[in-house]
Design a protein around this ligand. Structure first.
Ligand code: NOJ
Length: 768
């Protein structure tokens, strides 16, 4: 540390601690203490800001990607040398994609020991479903409807990532999507805003814990603000054209839930919304997020999204793009280099108010203080902890637990499942059955290839049966480590025959088919949603010789599998389940774990139905009587309804719903109580997600035919009955109007309760 900087730092700290000592004398109550903690942070930020030059403040708003060898010789030329130089000058507030204690220490040391003020970096990384040990992809976790488990999974992800020096994750993605063509549905919680809000809350709390300054917690980031999940025709980065009612009632609520859960950062999005790129959208970032919702963390741009405003046709050039972004409320520039290059000029020219720079820098510094980085910038950098925590048994156990909970049983005709444990000849078919990389799914930067337990390995843990494997067909040809190099095998059937012979001799065939882990995720949109390549043909060829097929699906999005649904007796939705994938699948197939997952997204019958979702509007022509009537809202060539609805999933046991009761005492206590009896009518213990939907029959803004407004995960022994009580308050019964105001309107409601969005029981009540 140079001497000048050292003295300056000491002065700042003395000032701050004088302030702390004065206030601490007066403290008596706990609430006063937490206020004072906040005040102290604000004071510390103010003291620091008062020492900073304009360029240093802008530096806090600059984030660089860290793909260069900071531990080796300093790069001499080009962009990397410039980045390195900026880092030493204090013109970098954050880096992403630097990971591992050694590398993070190297950059942190430069920030803390070589810059004038020694302000530590905040280190970001896409910890989307784990760091090195992966849990299921987020849509799979969402299928558990188990909020405690989802929170735990985020907690373990934070623990592992923080042990690798990371203190900020770009998660959770809370984008609602109704379009399975969009590859990033794998990264979200599905199509429903109510479930989306609950899961957003669980994930934020899991990552951040109650104490952000603990070395096991990391700051979370609600992304992508906003409407990224509504990319037209499911093509990633495409324009979103979302009506006001959908924006207020479907898109924004999970972001608001994340904010209410205390999320410390937001990321804006690549898409434009109603003609304005989200990165330059003042209405979203300043008016809604920072003013209406009073969010006091910071907003990071998406990768290069400030520059992209030029291609969008919104900014004239880089200088203009920086001006638009900062004025709209984007606080940190991820990899556009435009803030660091243009902002000081823009301030001097009077095009950007200095108060926006102060505000943005304050927000970034605030989060750094909350993380405890100023107390100890090296707090995440402990080599022993890194060795102990990453890949620990505890994290593997948690990943297995989450993986089992994420599996959805879609069909089980004649109870083909669970499999018998003894004396069976089992044929295992499909390239994905032996794949140890694909189950890791997309967003697995820190995970090593070939580290997932394959289905084949999982099944081989059960020694009582004879297992024979035949690949049948590849999903992909080529190098699998690079997503862009996934090539679908559309021609090669040379291994079909071997697979057919294997199937012929088996009692049961387990076919593992679907998408490779890199066929969903960012930039992986699809126009076809069937089994990629020749897998459908393989399935039909095997079916001809053996009908006892258990189809295990691996996929990052809903698929169109009508033929399989008609013909294959057992279908298991196993997504991409992460490191422990094969063990989880085997335990479910053998009945050691009774599946209880429910779909967080509708499965369409064909692509033509997309976007398809359960909470649609009724229209003026929902149906017309008589068989030959044409003029109603339908297709000529396909049913309106999905293959599998939102909320659907079976179990090895069965459940009966009865005795639905709705109290209508809303006027007195502003609550409606809904109770239902749930009985386990099968032979084994099992869990069921009891789902409560409402329909507001008429309103000033029309409401969907059903809206999820409550659920409970219930475990029952055979023959056991439990009464489940769920409560509706104004929060569940109201909606946002087109001015964004929340309304609760009187009138008639239907209440629906059951084990999916195709509910079994209903009642009416009037809100007086
Ligand atoms: C682009 C993605 O859209 C975003 O979700 C991610 O966090 C950043 N890249 C950083 O990797």
């Amino acid at each position: 540390m140079n001497l000048k900087k050292h003295i300056l730092c000491i002065l700042v700290l003395v000032l701050i601690s004088c302030k702390e000592n004065n206030t601490s004398k007066d403290l008596a109550l706990n609430s006063a203490e937490s206020h004072s903690k906040i005040d102290n942070i604000e004071d510390k930020v103010s003291a620091l800001l008062s020492k900073m030059t304009l360029e240093e403040k802008i530096g806090q708003m600059n984030q660089y990607n860290g793909f260069w060898n900071v531990t080796g010789p300093v790069p001499k030329e080009g962009d990397q040398a410039k980045k390195y130089d900026h880092l030493r000058k204090g013109y970098v507030g954050s880096m992403l994609n630097v990971r591992g204690v050694k590398d993070v220490r190297a950059v942190q040391k430069i920030a803390v020991e070589e810059t004038r003020l020694g302000i530590p970096l905040i280190i970001g990384f896409d910890v989307i479903h784990g760091y090195e040990t992966l849990s299921p992809i987020p849509i799979a976790e969402s299928a558990s409807w188990d909020l405690e488990a989802i929170k735990k999974s985020a907690e373990f992800a934070a623990k592992e990532a923080s042990a690798a020096g990371i203190n900020w994750t770009f998660a959770p993605m809370v984008d609602i999507s109704r379009d399975a063509r969009w590859g990033r549905v794998m990264e979200g919680a599905g199509e429903d805003p109510y479930l989306g809000c609950k899961i957003a809350t669980a994930r934020v709390k899991g990552f951040q814990s109650d104490d952000l300054s603990s070395h096991n917690s990391i700051a979370a980031c609600a992304k992508h603000f906003a409407a990224y999940g509504f990319a037209e025709s499911g093509r990633d980065y495409n324009t979103a054209d979302v009506g006001t009612s959908t924006l207020n009632n479907i898109v924004l609520p999970p972001f608001k839930a994340a904010k209410d859960a205390g999320v410390r950062t937001f990321m804006n999005s690549f898409n434009e919304l109603n003609g304005v790129p989200a990165t330059g959208d003042k209405y979203l970032q300043r008016d809604i997020l920072k003013e209406k919702w009073a969010f006091d963390g910071f907003v990071v741009s998406d990768w290069g999204s400030i520059t992209e405003m030029i291609a969008h046709g919104h900014a004239k050039d880089g200088n203009h793009a920086a001006e638009l972004a900062v004025n709209a409320g984007s606080d940190m520039d991820m990899e556009s280099y435009l803030y660091v290059e243009e902002l000081a000029k823009l301030v001097k020219e009077g095009k950007v108010d200095k108060k926006h720079i102060d505000d943005a820098a304050r927000r970034v510094l605030r989060v750094k203080f909350e993380l405890g980085l100023f107390d100890d910038p090296y707090k995440y950098l402990d080599e022993n902890r890194e060795k102990e925590v990453i890949g620990s048994q505890e994290i593997h156990d948690a990943s297995l637990d989450m993986a089992k909970k994420s599996i959805v049983l879609l069909k089980n005709k004649n109870n083909l499942l669970p499999l018998k444990k003894e004396g069976q000849k089992i044929a295992v078919i499909g390239a994905l059955a032996s794949d140890k990389t694909s189950p890791l799914g997309s967003w697995r930067i820190a995970a090593k290839d070939n580290t997932a337990v394959s289905v084949l390995e999982g099944l081989n843990q059960y020694p009582g049966n004879t297992v024979t494997y035949a690949k049948g067909a590849d999903v992909s040809i080529g190098k699998e480590e690079f997503a862009f190099e996934i090539k679908v095998n559309t021609t090669d059937k040379s291994e079909f025959n071997k697979a057919i012979q294997t199937a012929k001799q088996a009692d049961v065939v387990v076919m593992v088919l679907g998408e490779h882990g890199f066929q969903s995720g960012e930039g992986r949109s699809r126009t076809e949603l069937g089994l990629p390549g020749v897998q459908q043909e393989l399935l039909e060829a095997i079916y001809k010789v053996n009908k006892n097929i258990v189809l295990v699906l691996n996929n990052g999005r809903p698929l169109t599998i009508c033929w399989a649904d008609e013909n294959i007796p057992a279908i298991v939705e196993a997504w991409q389940l992460g490191t422990q994938s094969g063990n989880a699948i085997a335990q479910v197939l053998y009945g050691d774990y009774n599946p209880s997952g429910k779909l967080p997204m509708t499965f369409p019958r064909n692509v033509g139905q997309v976007p398809i979702y359960y909470n649609y509007k009724n229209t003026g022509r929902p149906s017309l009587p008589g068989p030959n009537v044409v003029f109603w809202s339908h297709y000529q060539d396909q049913k309106n309804g999905p293959l599998y609805p939102f909320g659907y999933g079976l179990s090895y046991t069965t459940f009966k719903y009865s005795n639905l009761k709705v109290s209508n005492t809303f006027t007195e206590d502003k609550k409606v109580t809904v109770s239902v009896d749930l009985t386990n009518t099968g032979k084994v213990k099992g869990k069921e997600v009891v789902q409560l939907y409402i329909r507001d029959m008429y309103a000033s803004i029309t409401r969907p035919v059903k809206e999820l407004k409550g659920f409970e995960l219930v475990e029952l022994n055979p023959n056991e009955t439990k009464t489940i009580t769920l409560t509706l308050t104004e929060k569940e019964l109201g909606f946002f109007d087109n001015q964004g105001e929340f309304l609760v309107e009187k009138g008639d409601f239907e209440i629906h309760v059951g084990g999916s969005s195709y509910t079994e029981l209903s009642e009416n009540f009037e809100l007086k």
